[in-house]
Design a binder for this molecule. Structure first.
Ligand code: AHR
Length: 537
């Protein structure tokens, strides 16, 4: 087959490129990078994160306490801040998740010894029934607004706070903004903030107005939620901060939620669109009860990657529906929860609800999803993987004095080179891979990826999902030429490979030195994520 016969547009799938020896056993492919066809700037916030008061995320994960023997910076686990210093973590969402709509922010400020202990939102989850009493069940409120902002400052992330819309009022929201953003000398909340350690306002810009308001966040209809959103979004004090409100968007392919909300939001006129910065899509591939995190078959591997790939069409379809009302596309899509959701059983502690062990399969899901976001950089300015530590699709696992960076961490570390770059159209041609899904025969693309340009530096990231076969691709730069290239690959001989407390370096990226040829060809390893960084001439 002629390579060009199976060229496909990157918007529908993805790309590849190469330098060096071509393996005789490898599948053929072609990657074309159209340097003169920009898509949009890759907002660093597309590589954002999320922490919720659930299981072992905050307590034991992020927060160990100032008196702990575990190394910490003012109570925050030092191994975590060290790990994050290897990423450029742009934005961090907190305190939930479903927890957000049960949280009273006033419980989490002031002297820690005087803070109230409350019942955690997740206490009724059957998983926690056998867990001993502790922070996963009863929220000690040791980690509140001031600790969260301090954590953000240490790791260089912008805070994104999700507001309680189900069980608190619009006035409580106003007060939270006032506590965070009003200048010292102006309000009593500013005085209180100063007493709690910060004379300087926090200048929080991103505020989520509820979370999953179609479910745990109030069980509203789209029209009801639109009314609530309008109420919460009206005349919030700004204190010179350009507030960016994010609405509680759809669960996966719930297109009726998006359509109904935009109709309801603009029921009194389209000016209301100006109050909404982003519309938050949540999409988890795989759900609890449908598959083990570590023990999976080859068909399960392809099946979950295929499900993750649905992000592509979800972005396109919700974007198109938003455009029926928001014809100028003032409102952007924010994917503020995404990742793989496996069955319980691999958590590192009995109380770590949704704590799962990421493998190479999760690493490829991370990579293909970030590539998808890059290819839609014009539509999606922020995304937050769920969740940072000890939870679904996490970058780190921690328990007491043990700590490890997962496969997902390594992909984020490799992909940070894309942040701030100009995404450029990339076309990839590779034979699709057949597999058997629970619904019968199916197939997945043979290679996918994204490319971005920053001055003379071109970054190309590529996923080869084939479990056994290499893929050898010719890489063509349309509109430029490369002078040099460096390559970093994340791969493992076993698709189930993962980093654990016992074996923390099982999966780590490897660098390869290459010499550029006129017609660069690179052979992508099976089940791998590869980054190629070119210096253009
Ligand atoms: O990330 C775990 C949970 O998944 C979040 O609390 C909720 O928003 C989603 O359903």
């Amino acid at each position: 087959m002629n390579r060009r016969e199976f060229l496909i547009d990157a918007a529908a799938a993805t790309a590849l490129f190469g330098l060096g020896p071509q393996s005789s056993k490898a599948r053929d492919a072609e990657i074309q990078i159209l340097l003169d066809e920009p898509i949009g700037t890759i907002d660093p916030n597309l590589h954002g994160h999320f922490i919720e008061h659930i299981g072992g995320v905050i307590y034991d994960g992020v927060w160990v306490g100032e008196d702990s023997t575990i190394p910490n910076i003012g109570g925050i686990r030092k191994a975590l801040t060290d790990g994050l210093s290897r990423l450029r973590i742009p934005v961090l969402r907190w305190p939930g998740g479903c927890f957000a709509d049960s949280y009273d922010w006033k419980d989490g400020i002031g002297p820690r010894s005087k803070r109230s202990c409350r019942t955690n939102f997740w206490i009724n989850d059957p998983f926690l029934a056998q867990a001993p009493p502790g922070a996963a069940k009863y929220e000690p409120n040791a980690f509140g607004t001031d600790e969260f902002i301090r954590f953000c400052r240490i790791v260089g992330a912008e805070p994104y706070i999700a507001v309680n819309l189900r069980s608190l009022t619009a006035l409580d929201f106003d007060h939270w903004v006032e506590y965070c953003n009003s200048p010292l000398g102006s309000t009593s909340f500013a005085t209180m903030r100063a007493q709690n350690g910060s004379c300087e306002p926090y200048n929080v810009r991103f505020w989520g107005v509820g979370n999953e308001s179609w479910g745990c966040g109030g069980n509203f209809t789209p029209a009801e939620y639109a009314g609530e959103f309008r109420r919460f979004a009206t005349w919030i004090p700004e204190y010179g901060v350009n507030l960016r409100l994010i609405g509680s968007g759809p669960n996966a392919d719930d297109f009726q939620w998006t359509r109904g909300f935009f109709e309801g939001l603009t029921a009194k006129g389209k000016a209301q669109l100006d109050t909404l910065f982003g519309w938050a899509l949540h999409y988890y591939c795989g759900t609890s009860g449908k598959g083990d995190a570590v023990d999976f078959s080859i068909d399960d591997w392809y099946g979950l990657l295929k499900k993750a790939d649905l992000m592509e069409s979800l972005i396109q379809q919700h974007w198109s529906i938003m455009g029926e009302v928001d014809t100028e596309h003032k409102v952007k899509l924010v994917v503020d929860e995404w990742g793989a959701w496996h069955r319980a059983g691999t958590e590192v502690d009995r109380s770590f609800l949704f704590g799962q062990m990421p493998t190479m399969r999760d690493a490829l899901i991370t990579a293909l999803t970030l590539d998808t976001f890059h290819r839609h950089a014009d539509k999606v300015p922020m995304a937050n993987v769920a969740q940072l530590i000890n939870n679904l699709h996490c970058l780190f696992l921690a328990h007491e004095d043990k700590f490890v960076a997962t496969t997902n961490f390594h992909v984020f570390e490799m992909y940070k080179a894309h942040q701030g770059g100009q995404a450029v159209r990339t076309m990839i041609g590779a034979s699709p891979i057949p597999f058997t899904s629970p619904n019968g025969p199916s197939s997945l693309w043979g290679l996918a990826g994204s490319a971005s340009l920053q001055k003379k530096r071109l970054v190309l990231t590529v996923v080869n999902p084939h479990v056994h076969e290499e893929c050898s691709a010719e890489i063509n730069l349309r509109g430029g030429s490369a002078r040099s290239c460096t390559i970093r690959t994340l791969a493992a001989s076993d698709i189930h490979a993962h980093n654990s407390f016992e074996n923390p370096h099982a999966v780590e990226p490897q660098d390869t030195a290459v010499t550029l040829r006129d017609k660069p060809v690179w052979t992508f390893k099976p089940a791998s994520v590869t980054k190629l960084e070119f210096e253009l001439g």
